[in-house]
Design a protein. Structure first.
Length: 416
């Protein structure tokens, strides 16, 4: 992105003390929720939209009042409050309705995670082997796959252990981790400030307000704790807490492979800052630790679910088929899947070379690399989802809020 484009975006973002962009964000979110409530073919999404459009609309009105009064106070509070009523309230409503017998109040990934927890509790591994999946009826084989890291099964344990209640819904525990991680990250970045700085307000909005995040948390949710833990890791790195940064990003990587690029970028950052010894145990140790039970029970089942199935070599095809370039290339060109995979690998090589030549020396630059790198990956992966865009959106929005002189001082001390 050119400097001129960056300056233009900054002027747009700061117009009216940030209120102009706020008005646009809340109004678009309200429209998105309304359209979702009226037209979505996914019933959990319709239920979310029917509730979320009201807090988004109320936030839009409040921003109009702020503009009329020329007052920018309370922007952070409005962002948090809108997130509560646009994401957490629909989540609890859908979880309660599901516990009451509604079978159309959760996306399939919620069921997958809860079954992972049940298998982990009873069998010692969250995965079914290829033969066990093949023995299922044809229309149930897709739900037999669990394409997540073993740590994700933890969110399914409450339902496996205590039964069907609203509070044992996996989404409730996704939300607990998400809110907890974001709260700690914001407190770290605010330091001693009495009012949330404008860049941090925008960062909170990117996760708590943007409809793609609110909708995902309320109806599916498995990506949000992974994202929030990665953002927490960046905040911890920005404030010099490298040991805890490793624990946070390691916990994210123990749940979902999307966190591994963040591990790599933060590891490079830790190396140039001279803090890799503090960072490495949590960042690498946790993802390795959660592999022990499934590998002891059935290592091939792990490979079938986490490696073969996402690569298109399972018994069924992944439903992740958003029309991004990688998917379109894979579906419409001869040898398209190999070509798309080749482009993805080439992009990873280019980013790797850039990491070596120009390693990140601040948390802000690390977040930018994560954001642009994951955006390229999501666009080029042969099997992907529109919802995955929440990762690059959040990383890019959080980059300005991560500015801290701690990482600069650490790097300068190491290289002096």
């Amino acid at each position: 992105m050119t400097k001129r484009a960056v300056r233009l975006l900054q002027r747009v973002d700061r117009a009216g003390g940030g209120l102009t962009a706020d008005l646009f964000l809340y109004a678009i979110a309200a429209a998105f929720a309304l359209i979702t409530a009226l037209t979505s073919t996914l019933l959990p999404h319709r239920a979310w939209g029917a509730i979320a459009m009201w807090p988004y609309a109320a936030a839009t009105v409040l921003v109009v009042v702020q503009i009329m009064r020329r007052s920018v106070s309370g922007r952070g509070t409005l962002a948090w409050t809108t997130g509560v009523f646009a994401a957490l309230l629909p989540l609890v409503v859908e979880a309660a309705q599901r516990a009451g017998g509604r079978s159309d109040r959760a996306q399939e990934e919620v069921l997958v995670v809860e079954r992972m927890g049940e298998r982990l509790l009873h069998d010692g591994t969250p995965y079914l082997g290829r033969d066990a999946i093949a023995a299922l009826p044809v229309d149930e084989r897709l739900m037999g796959y669990s394409p997540y890291q073993p740590g994700m099964a933890v969110f399914g344990l409450p339902r496996a252990a205590f039964g069907d209640f609203w509070w044992t819904d996996a989404r409730v525990w996704f939300a607990v981790v998400t809110v907890g991680a974001l709260t700690v990250a914001v407190r770290l970045l605010m330091a001693d400030a009495a009012v949330m700085p404008p860049p941090l307000v925008r960062a909170v909005q990117a996760v708590a307000v943007v409809p793609i995040c609110a909708l995902t948390l309320a109806t599916g949710g498995d990506d949000l704790p992974v994202l929030a833990l990665c953002l927490l890791a960046l905040a911890l790195a920005a404030t010099g807490r490298w040991g805890w940064a490793g624990v946070a990003v390691g916990a994210a990587a123990a749940c979902k492979p999307f966190a591994f690029p963040v591990v790599v970028v933060l590891l490079v950052f830790a190396v140039v800052s001279g803090r890799w010894r503090s960072f490495l145990p949590g960042a690498i140790g946790l993802p390795v630790l959660v592999l022990i039970p499934p590998f002891l029970v059935d290592a091939d089942a792990f490979l079938e679910n986490v490696v073969r199935f996402p690569l298109g070599h399972g018994l069924v095809t992944s439903p992740a088929q958003s029309p991004f370039p990688g998917y379109l290339i894979a579906q419409n060109l001869p040898g398209g899947r190999l070509l798309a995979t080749g482009l993805l690998v080439a992009t990873a090589v280019v980013i790797g070379v850039q990491l070596v030549r120009r390693p990140p020396r601040t948390a802000t630059s690390a977040a930018l690399i994560c954001g642009w790198g994951l955006l390229a990956a999501i666009l080029l992966i042969p099997s992907t989802r529109f919802g995955y865009l929440l990762y690059p959106i959040a990383f890019l929005a959080w980059a300005p809020a991560l500015k801290s002189d701690v990482s600069h001082r650490a790097f300068s001390k190491h290289t002096a």
